[in-house]
Design a protein around this ligand. Sequence first.
Ligand SMILES: NC(=O)c1ccc[n+]([C@@H]2O[C@H](COP(=O)([O-])OP(=O)(O)OC[C@H]3O[C@@H](n4cnc5c(N)ncnc54)[C@H](O)[C@@H]3O)[C@@H](O)[C@H]2O)c1
Length: 330
Amino acid sequence: MSLIKSRDIKTVGIVGGGVIGSGWASRCLGAGLDVIAYDSGPGAEDLMRENIDNAWPAVEKLGAASGASRDRLTFAGTLAEAVTAADFIQESVPEREDVKIAVFRDISQHCRDDVVLASSSSGLLPSRIQSQTTGPERLVIGHPFSPVYALPLVEITGGDQTSHDAVMAAGAFYKKVGMRPLHVRKEIDAYLSDRLQCAMWHEALHLIDEGVATVPELDAAITGGPGLRWAVMGMCLAWHAAGGPGGMRHTMEQFGPALDLPWTKLKPPKLTDDLREAIITGSEDEAGSRDFREIERRRDACIVGFLEVLKEHWYQPEEDGWPELETADA
Ligand SMILES: NC(=O)c1ccc[n+]([C@@H]2O[C@H](COP(=O)([O-])OP(=O)(O)OC[C@H]3O[C@@H](n4cnc5c(N)ncnc54)[C@H](O)[C@@H]3O)[C@@H](O)[C@H]2O)c1
């Protein structure tokens, strides 16, 4: 059975309508598609619509498609209702392998055979998630970043049984909704971005645990310096540029020996109650009087601005923002 072409995808089924499911719904509605969502939690529909309302200014600023409307979201009463009419299915239930295995088993019993089944998992292995799926060859990971409606990156990776066609079909769909798909060629825990983010997170936990820095200090160590640079270029190109005329060759000469110095701990410390509290209260202190909706809106306005600046000064115009999806097999 061949998979539906991205140009024919009109209706997206969203399973799990929390932070990420709402983000997917906002992006897909903004792209002018119909969305049918299902979430088994109490009060989920109201929360999802509230999430979408808060996201909508950013969606519009980034350029909503003609005909795009929040009214094109339907909230389904059952999982089956959400997936039977869907042309593409994006799952965003909690990050638990047993829950995702069961949800995909159920989805695959009700959806059409020609749709891609994508999981938003942050790091679980697709071979495991697809283990009880009917038609497992169409299951991929499509790992987004929050806020999904504004950040373009989505990592795609397949499991042992995933077909190359499913990876390519997912990539084509994500491009259709304005994203930058990145094919993670080998199935690994946490994929690419979360491997990098986890390394930094482990360091942060050590620095807080050892009383070296507070939560706001650690966040400041990123936001005004490396973080601003990372929006433009990744670590390697940034250090190539930081190497002056000698580029990365000079950087390696200068900092290569530092690999032998104790500059990283990588293995995380034990998450004691004290450490957990220090991180939670530190983050709450840093947020101050701003509630999470205000933080979301101000963050979104900054990301929209960054994207406009990047389009003007950094991306190659002929690439319309994003390179083509890599086609190489794993
Ligand atoms: N939050 C992030 O920054 C982020 C980023 C990328 C990927 N993800 C991944 O996205 C997924 C969802 O994360 P989230 O942050 O949106 O979580 P969340 O807790 O905000 O939302 C999960 C939703 O799933 C619903 N749910 C639970 N069981 C369900 C079921 N059986 N059927 C339907 N709905 C069900 C819950 O009611 C809840 O609304 C996870 O796999 C997570 O790893 C999260």
